[in-house]
Design a protein around this ligand. Structure first.
Ligand SMILES: *Cc1c(COP(=O)(O)O)cnc(C)c1O
Length: 375
C-alpha cells in the first residue's frame, strides 16, 4: 500500500526526545524557547510563539487581533474546518468567500464583496502550501481597516516574493501535525512582527501567567507570578520542541525532495487534457504539502471512481480540500450559500501520495495508474 503521506522522522528526532525526557524538563521550557528562536530566524519574522497546535494558535491570533463576539471574519470555506472554527471560538461569525479557480486560494475580489460594517479581519489560507497573494490582501485590509491573519498551517517553508511565509504580516499560524511538511506529533507556531502581540500570546498560551516556569527556574531571586488575565493552556512541550528543532533543520531538504517528486508528477501528467495540475505563479514558491489534481468535466472517470480504482491498486488518495459550509457543523447556518468554484473543486479534486522518501518505483506506479484511468 502506498500511503498518502508519511512524516520524515529519523532516529535523530527520537534521540532528541529521549535526551529531553532525561533532562527532567519535559513541558514548555528551554527547548521551546530554542525552537521559537530558530523558527523566527528561519522564517524571517521578528518573533515566534510555540503553541500546542495550529488551531490554538489561530485562536490566540483572533484574540490578540481583537476579534470579538458579533464581529465577522472573512475566510475561505474551502479549507480545513479548523480555519472557521477558530473564528467561532471568540464568538465571531465566519463569512465564507470564494476561491480562485487556479490556485484555490481565497479570491481577493470576492473577499472584498463580503466586507460589511461588522467585518473585523480577513483570515486567509495558504492552501496545501501554495502561497496566496499576500500583498493584495494587505492592501485590501489597509483600505478597509481590517486585521489580516494568515492560516499557514500547511505552508512552513513556502515563500512569496522572496520572503518566507511567516515574515510578511503580523499574525501567521503554522501547524506541526504529521500531515504537514514537518511535525512534532501535534504542535504549532505563530510568527509575528508585532511585539505587543508577541507578549500577549506568550501570556495567553500559559494561563495568563506573568512570569513563566523557565524564568522562575532560572531566577537567582525569589519571584512571584501573577495571572494577568484569563488565559489558556496552549503549551507545546519541550519533548515536542526537541523533535521540532531537528525537523526544522531538515525542512529545506524535505521541501527540495518534495518538489522533485512534484515536478516529476507535473512532467509526467502535463499532456493529459482532462485534468488541471497545481500551478506555481512567478514569485511564488510552494512546499507541495499536498499534490492535488482537478478532474475537468471531460474526464471519462469520476473523481470517486478514480479514488476507488487507485485504492484497489494499492494507492491511497484523498478527496480535495473540504468545503466548511457543507459540513454538518456549518450547513444549517449557511443553507443558501453557494460557492460554485469551491464546491466544484472539492467534488472534482483528488490528492495523490507525496512524501519523503518516496521510492522511484512507487512514484512511477502512481503515475501509470493515473494515466491508465484518465487517458
Ligand atoms: C491542518 C490545518 C489546520 C489545523 O492544524 P492543527 O495543528 O491540527 O490544529 C488548520 N488550518 C489548515 C488550513 C490546516 O490544513
Amino acid at each position: 500500500m502506498i500511503p498518502i503521506a508519511k512524516p520524515y522522522i529519523t532516529t535523530e528526532e527520537a534521540q532528541a526526545a529521549y535526551d529531553t525526557i532525561l533532562t527532567g524538563w519535559i513541558t514548555q521550557g528551554p527547548r521551546v524557547l530554542e525552537l521559537e528562536e530558530k523558527f523566527a530566524k528561519y522564517t524571517g519574522a521578528k518573533y515566534a510563539v510555540a503553541v500546542s497546535n495550529c488551531t490554538t494558535g489561530l485562536h490566540l491570533a483572533m484574540i490578540v487581533a481583537g476579534v470579538k463576539a458579533g464581529d465577522e471574519v472573512i475566510c475561505p470555506s474551502m479549507s480545513y474546518i479548523a480555519t472557521a472554527n477558530s473564528i467561532k471560538y471568540v464568538g465571531a461569525t465566519p463569512v465564507f468567500a470564494e476561491v480562485n479557480p487556479v490556485t484555490y486560494n481565497i479570491d481577493v475580489a470576492d473577499a472584498e464583496r463580503k466586507i460589511t460594517a461588522k467585518t473585523k479581519a480577513i483570515l486567509v489560507v495558504h492552501q496545501i502550501g501554495m502561497p496566496l497573494d499576500i500583498d493584495a490582501f494587505k492592501a485590501l485590509c489597509d483600505k478597509h481597516n481590517l486585521k489580516l491573519i494568515e492560516d499557514a498551517a500547511c505552508a512552513a517553508g513556502s515563500a512569496y516574493k522572496g520572503g518566507k511565509i511567516g515574515s510578511h504580516s503580523e499574525l501567521v499560524c503554522f501547524s506541526f501535525h504529521p500531515r504537514k511538511v514537518i511535525s512534532t506529533g501535534d504542535g504549532g507556531m505563530v510568527t509575528t512582527n508585532n511585539e505587543a502581540y508577541y507578549d500577549r500570546m506568550k501570556l495567553l498560551r500559559q494561563h495568563g501567567m506573568s512570569i513563566n516556569d523557565r524564568v522562575r527556574h532560572e531566577s537567582k531571586t525569589v519571584v512571584f507570578e501573577d495571572h494577568l488575565e484569563v488565559g489558556y493552556n496552549y503549551r507545546l512541550t519541550d519533548i515536542q520542541a526537541a523533535v521540532g528543532i531537528k525537523q526544522l533543520e531538515k525542512l529545506d531538504w524535505i521541501i527540495e525532495e518534495r518538489r522533485k517528486i512534484a515536478f516529476q508528477y507535473l512532467d509526467a501528467l502535463k499532456d493529459i487534457d482532462c485534468i488541471r495540475l497545481p500551478y506555481e505563479q512567478e514569485g511564488y514558491f510552494t512546499n507541495y504539502q499536498s499534490f492535488s489534481i482537478y478532474l475537468k468535466p471531460n474526464a471519462s472517470i469520476s473523481r470517486n471512481d478514480l479514488m476507488t480504482k487507485m485504492l484497489d491498486a494499492g494507492i491511497a488518495t484523498r478527496r480535495g480540500v473540504m468545503n466548511t459550509h457543507k459540513e454538518s457543523a456549518y450547513k444549517n447556518e449557511n443553507p443558501n450559500l453557494s460557492l460554485p468554484v469551491s464546491e466544484d473543486a472539492a467534488d472534482r479534486s483528488i490528492i495523490i501520495p507525496l512524501f519523503v522518501p518516496m521510492e522511484q518505483k512507487d512514484i512511477l506506479f502512481v503515475i501509470s495508474q493515473l494515466r491508465l484511468h484518465l487517458c
